[in-house]
Ligand binder design. Structure first.
Ligand SMILES: [Zn+2]
Ligand SMILES: [Zn+2]
Length: 233
């Protein structure tokens, strides 16, 4: 199971901190041209980028700092195409190195995802750890533990069934991410030192609420995460 980055302290080590678009270009003549010349940028599924200019069309591999243009291929310099791709990535208009463009499982809006990430949610639909949500099936109040990148039709519960195939999840799509949550009532009860059980839900089964998120975080702080999430009945 993989978990979307959940806490501000858990920045993945492989992604450098975001650079400002201005700094991304560097300085000098090539940086100036990278910023000002008209170029059409198009991301490929494999993470490379097509850069179309008046002078030709080139393929930039930002991960390996490579470009197919003569300036880079022959002279070995950081060409204007590499710089332009760095500018666009820093500005958030194309995926940063190591990521590709995907779509929110609920609304289809574009989101940047890891290459092997099978499902994702946009900013508007994503869940925060500690957030209070309502189970649409039972009306129960739950506290989100984590939004995972596992699909509901792939993550299995103890009896081997995918979460999407549990009766009460039939109204929700299997391609949605699994969101792990604990029942607020279970956190409030004395559990004899045992962690409250965490359950996995297809994302759209959980409804965002206006409840105080601080309360959710406080309840969650007293909760030790269980080994694995099960599907709610
Ligand atoms: Zn180039
Ligand atoms: Zn969305």
């Amino acid at each position: 199971m993989s978990t979307r980055q959940t806490l501000p302290t858990e920045q993945p080590a492989c992604h450098p901190p975001p650079e400002s678009p201005l700094a991304a270009a560097g300085t000098g003549e090539r940086a100036h041209r990278a910023r000002t010349e008209p170029m059409t940028i198009r991301g490929l599924q494999d993470g490379r980028t097509i850069v179309e200019t008046d002078g030709g069309t080139y393929v930039v591999d930002a991960d390996h700092e490579r470009c197919t243009c003569p300036d880079h291929a022959i002279r070995g310099v950081r060409c204007k195409h590499l710089r332009r791709v760095a500018i666009e990535a820093a500005a958030g208009t194309i995926p940063p190195a190591g990521m590709r463009e995907g779509a929110c499982a609920l609304c289809g809006d574009p989101v940047f995802v890891e290459f092997d990430q099978p499902t994702a949610l946009c900013e508007r639909h994503s869940f925060e750890p500690g957030e209070c949500v309502i189970d649409r099936e039972t009306g129960s109040l739950l506290i989100v533990v984590a939004e995972t990148t596992d699909r509901a039709d792939e993550r299995r519960i103890d009896d081997g069934r995918p979460i999407a195939e549990v009766e009460t999840n039939r109204n929700y799509s299997g391609h949605e991410p699994v969101v792990e949550a604990v029942y607020a009532s279970a956190l409030g009860r004395q559990t004899n030192g045992r962690a409250a059980k965490r359950y996995g839900f297809p994302a759209s089964r959980l409804r965002h609420t206006d409840h105080d998120p601080v309360r959710g975080r406080r309840l969650l702080a007293s909760h030790r995460p269980a080994q694995r999430a099960d599907a709610a009945g």
